[in-house]
Write a protein that binds this ligand. Structure first.
Ligand code: ATP
Length: 239
């Protein structure tokens, strides 16, 4: 796959106080790709995603979406242009129902009929959400909340989806379901940047991957190639 570059992270540095969490990271995501960013706890993966969406100010470097710098643009501007993030810890509206959460995901749209159609689409991807459509999001399990977070993001009709640790804290069955959906969404043409500690699953679904260690990218390659790499296997797949 070699579509045009949709998202490029260019030599980005981020510090928390005096501590450099991201030390000059460059990464690109092309149209149609699923790119996985893997690495241990604290490697700086989440911080890199936050730098993309402006949640964390960039010390140096730049992030470009569709060729244009994202500096100074808010979450609304990004969503309007199709760049949508699903944060770690899901970020659902706990005191709203499933249906209301999905409607919130469509806040940048005003096509009522299309929105209703897309809620049905989300319900067909996640029948569990349909069963619980009137239940408050805060009363759902972690896996159900992850489904809801993904459903809500899809309601924005993303061109590029940023996913932060979707499998974190989930049961093996739920992890299977989440990766199955990630794969399906990708096949439907949504470009994705997936941050994961679950390296084997993340690389298995990825077109390309990047390995991050202590704030730097240390390896990159095709998903399958990284999955078979002895260094990656030793460090991230417990071999
Ligand atoms: P995890 O998988 O545990 O989320 P990560 O690779 O996403 O790890 P980050 O969350 O980006 O890593 O953290 C990178 C480094 O920055 C860590 O050392 C972390 O302690 C530090 N850090 C993250 N957020 C903050 C913050 N708000 N203030 C200070 N330091 C932070």
């Amino acid at each position: 796959k070699s579509g045009q570059v949709l998202l490029s992270i260019e030599n980005v540095k981020v510090a928390y106080g005096g501590i450099q969490a991201v030390k000059g990271v460059s990464l690109e995501v092309r149209e149609g790709e699923l790119v996985s960013l893997i690495g241990a706890n604290g490697a700086g993966k989440t911080t890199t995603l936050k730098a993309v969406t402006g949640l964390q100010p960039i010390g140096d470097g730049d992030v470009k979406y569709l060729g244009k710098s994202l500096k100074g643009q808010g979450a609304w501007d990004l969503a309007k242009q199709g760049l949508v993030m699903i944060p770690e810890g899901r970020g659902t509206f706990t005191r709203m129902t499933i249906t209301e959460n999905l409607q919130m995901g469509a806040y940048i749209r005003d096509d009522k009929a299309g929105i209703l159609e897309d809620i049905d689409k989300v319900f067909s991807i996640f029948p569990r959400l349909k069963e619980r459509r009137d239940q408050l999001a805060g009363t759902m399990s972690g896996g159900e909340q992850q489904m809801l977070a993904m459903g809500r993001a899809l309601m924005a009709k993303p061109k590029v989806l940023l996913l932060d640790e979707p499998s974190m804290g989930l049961s093996p069955i739920m992890v299977d379901k989440i990766f199955e959906v990630v794969n399906d969404i990708h096949k439907q043409g949504v470009t994705m940047l997936l941050v994961e500690q679950n390296a084997s699953r993340a690389l298995a679904v990825a077109d390309r991957g990047y390995v991050m260690e202590s704030g730097l990218i240390t390896m990159t390659g095709a998903g399958r190639q990284l999955l078979e790499d002895p260094k990656v296997r030793a460090a991230y797949l417990g071999e």
